[in-house]
Design a protein around this ligand. Structure first.
Ligand code: ZN
Ligand code: ZN
Length: 366
């Protein structure tokens, strides 16, 4: 057991478009409501790539990673909810619990996310210099020092790799369908992008009882996985116009569409593909500075375009529910883990992601 202050390994992001490097970093000991977690598994999520490619800004050096499960090692003096040896899932939707959004039940939109102030010892450091803790988690490190409102306790029989996926991709995709859009049974649903988040959205639509679930991607093996996990139809956008095909399959447009990639052009297609009165939900991260444009006249048809942040989660309630779905076989996570690796395999994991070879690589830290 390491109660903080001793060096641990982490993958450090130093500069845009450069490989991450494995370094020894120091993680501070927990104070107040902080919890020190030994990271057991970290999923490699596409959002980290946005930062590595410079599409979203972050100061460097930084430890990225935000999809993790692990074991509590030590707790600060004011922590009541957790004790050493508890198994937990981490979530970047850390919340304060007292701002207006939190008190309205929208903890994912908390405006006063707790974190150490500039005068305090940095959470992460390397050779005496501060290191940024990405997403207030830093899951590409062997330890994470987090606020107790950034983790949820889970049963110790839940496997870590599958639990890690619930930490971001699954909650984002399933939650976009069940919580942001609130898809009703019998609806027609389209999911653009059959990566980790898209496959979760497809499963969310299946759990919601959608009658038609159309997966759109440009890679056939991803569409095959989508069909295995619940898509009733698939459209290969590399060989046919997805909007035209969706209109054909749904008789004029879908009730709900979900953009799960983060591309302006696809978000615009998602809006085009809904019927009058339908709802398009953008789940992917559109690069900073880019606009999504829709034809103004289409708004006369009461078409809606909305964003979704981390599946509109109240993760301390939602994540245990998603685990129940997994245990019942209704949320299939084993099939979403394409590859397992070690922390040292992280650059290869990003390469495989960019090449469209994997739904998810999970890094195991033991
Ligand atoms: Zn993510
Ligand atoms: Zn808050």
């Amino acid at each position: 057991m390491n109660e903080g202050g001793r060096p641990v390994k982490a993958a450090v992001f130093n500069a845009v478009n450069e490989p991450l490097t494995i370094e020894d970093i120091e993680v501070a000991a927990p104070t107040g409501r902080e919890v020190l977690v030994r990271t057991a598994a970290s999923g490699v999520c596409h959002s980290d790539l946005h930062f590595i490619e410079g599409l979203y800004p972050i100061r460097t050096p930084a430890v990225l990673g935000h999809e993790a499960a692990g074991v509590v090692e030590a707790v600060g003096p004011n922590v009541a909810e957790f004790a050493p040896d508890d198994h937990v899932i981490a979530c970047l939707s850390v919340f304060c619990g007292h701002c207006e959004r939190c008190l309205s039940g929208q903890t994912q939109l908390c405006t006063q996310k707790p974190q150490r102030g500039p005068g305090e010892t940095p959470v992460l450091s390397m050779g005496g210099q501060p290191v940024q803790q990405g997403f207030r988690l830093g899951a590409y490190g062997e330890q994470m020092l987090v606020h107790e409102n950034a983790i949820v306790k889970i049963n110790s029989d839940m496997p870590f790799a599958q639990a890690a996926l619930i930490g971001c991709g699954v909650t984002t995709g399933v939650g976009a369908v069940l919580k942001t859009a609130k898809v009703e049974a019998g609806s027609t649903v389209v999911v653009f992008g059959a990566g980790g988040v898209g496959l979760a959205a497809i499963q969310g639509a299946r759990i919601a009882g959608a009658r038609r679930i159309i997966a759109v991607d440009m890679v056939e093996h991803k569409l095959a996985t989508a069909r295995e996990l619940g898509a009733t139809d698939s459209v290969d956008a590399s060989i046919e116009d997805p909007v035209q095909k969706i209109r054909e399959l749904t008789g004029g447009g879908a009730d709900y569409t979900f953009e799960c990639i983060g591309l302006k052009a696809v978000a615009e297609q998602a809006f085009e593909a809904i019927r009058p009165g339908g709802t398009a939900t953008v789940v992917g991260m559109i690069p900073v500075g880019q606009s999504v444009e829709v034809p103004g006249a289409a708004l006369l048809g009461e078409k809606k375009l909305q964003g979704s942040n981390m599946g509109s989660n109240q993760f301390k309630i939602d994540m245990p529910r998603y685990i129940e779905f997994y245990e019942q076989g209704r949320l299939r996570l084993d099939e979403m883990i394409t590859k397992r690796g070690k922390l040292e395999d992280i650059n290869e994991a990003f390469r495989a992601m960019k090449a469209g070879e994997v739904a998810r690589t999970v890094l195991m830290h033991d």
